[in-house]
Design a protein around this ligand. Structure first.
Ligand SMILES: Nc1ncnc2c1ncn2[C@@H]1O[C@H](COP(=O)(O)OP(=O)(O)OP(=O)(O)O)[C@@H](O)[C@H]1O
Ligand SMILES: [Mg+2]
Length: 250
C-alpha cells in the first residue's frame, strides 16, 4: 500500500484539565473516504482543528505527505495541500458563483484579485471547469446570496478543490441539508476523491451518509478511538452499538 497522505499519532488536547482528545492516531490514504464519527462532544472537531493547525496538540504528531506539520499555522497546512470546507461569509454573497471560485484560484496561484478590474477574466475557464465538476455551471453568473443551501455546499466544495488539495477535511459537510441532498453531496465528494486521488476525512451525524459513503470508519468516544474498520465491521461492533444505543447505527 502507498504511504498515507495524512498520519496522526497520539494526538491529545484538553480543555480546563479535561481531555477532549486523548491519544488519537489515524491515517488516511489517497482516494479514501474516512469517516470520524462519535456522539456530540466526543472530540471530532477538536481532532480536525489539530490536523489543520488551528489548535496545537499537547502531545502527538501530525504528518502530512511525510512531513511533520505539528503545530504549523493553518495557512501553512493549507499551502501544503489540506483543503477544508468552510462557511462562505456574507462578504462574498454579492459576488457571483464564478467569481468566488476565481478568487479561490487566484489565491491558490498567489495572485491578487482586483475587484476594480472585474473585466480581467483570469482563471474564468478554470473556474467554469471547477463548477462543472460539482454540477454548478448553470449557476455561474448568479450571486452566491441567492443560491439554495445545497448548491452553496457544492460551491464550498469547488472552492476547496481550487487549492488542489491532497487531503480534504470536512467537519459535518452536510449539516443543515435535506436528507436527499446529503447523499448527493457525499456521492459527489466520493467520486471526485476517487478520480483525483484526494484523501477525505469527514465527520457526520447522519448514519445513512456515513455507512453509505465511507470506505472506513473510526469511532471516537470521550476523546478516545473505540473502534475502526470497514462499515460492516463497525456496524457489528458491540461497543459502537453501546455508544449509539438508541441512536442511528441500524
Ligand atoms: N474551545 C473550547 N473551549 C473549551 N472546551 C471546548 C472547546 N472546544 C471543544 N471543547 C470541549 O471539548 C469536547 C469535545 O468537543 P468537540 O467540539 O471536539 O466535539 P465534537 O465531537 O466535534 O462534537 P459535535 O458532534 O457536537 O460537533 C467537548 O466537551 C467540548 O465542550
Ligand atoms: Mg464538532
Amino acid at each position: 500500500m502507498t504511504a498515507p497522505v495524512l498520519e496522526a499519532e497520539g494526538l491529545r488536547k484538553s480543555w480546563g484539565g479535561v481531555a477532549a482528545v486523548d491519544g488519537v492516531s489515524l491515517s488516511v490514504h489517497a482516494g479514501e473516504m474516512l469517516a470520524l464519527i462519535g456522539p456530540n462532544g466526543a472530540g471530532k472537531s477538536t481532532c480536525f482543528n489539530m490536523l489543520n493547525g488551528q489548535i496545537r496538540p499537547e502531545a502527538g504528531r501530525v504528518i502530512l505527505l511525510g512531513r511533520d506539520v505539528t503545530g504549523q499555522a493553518p495557512r501553512t497546512v493549507w499551502r501544503l495541500g489540506v483543503g477544508r470546507t468552510f462557511q462562505i461569509t456574507a462578504t462574498f454573497g454579492s459576488m457571483t458563483v464564478l467569481d468566488n471560485v476565481r478568487m479561490a484560484l487566484l489565491s491558490h496561484h498567489r495572485r491578487l484579485f482586483s475587484l476594480w478590474r472585474p473585466a480581467a477574466l483570469q482563471y474564468s475557464a478554470e473556474a467554469l471547469a471547477a463548477l462543472a465538476r460539482v454540477g454548478l455551471q448553470e449557476q455561474a453568473d448568479r450571486p452566491c446570496a441567492v443560491l439554495a443551501y445545497g448548491d452553496l455546499k457544492r460551491l464550498e466544495l469547488a472552492i476547496a478543490l481550487a487549492n488542489e488539495p491532497r487531503l480534504l477535511l470536512m467537519d459535518e459537510p452536510t449539516a443543515g441539508m435535506a436528507p436527499a441532498e446529503r447523499a448527493g453531496l457525499m456521492a459527489l465528494t466520493a467520486r471526485i476523491a476517487k478520480q483525483a486521488g484526494i484523501a477525505v476525512l469527514f465527520t457526520e451525524h447522519d448514519m445513512d451518509v456515513v455507512f453509505g459513503h465511507a470506505d472506513r470508519i473510526l469511532v471516537l468516544d470521550r476523546g478516545k478511538l473505540i473502534a475502526g474498520g470497514t462499515p460492516e465491521a463497525v456496524r457489528a461492533d458491540a461497543r459502537v452499538r453501546e455508544v449509539y444505543l438508541g441512536g442511528g447505527v441500524h
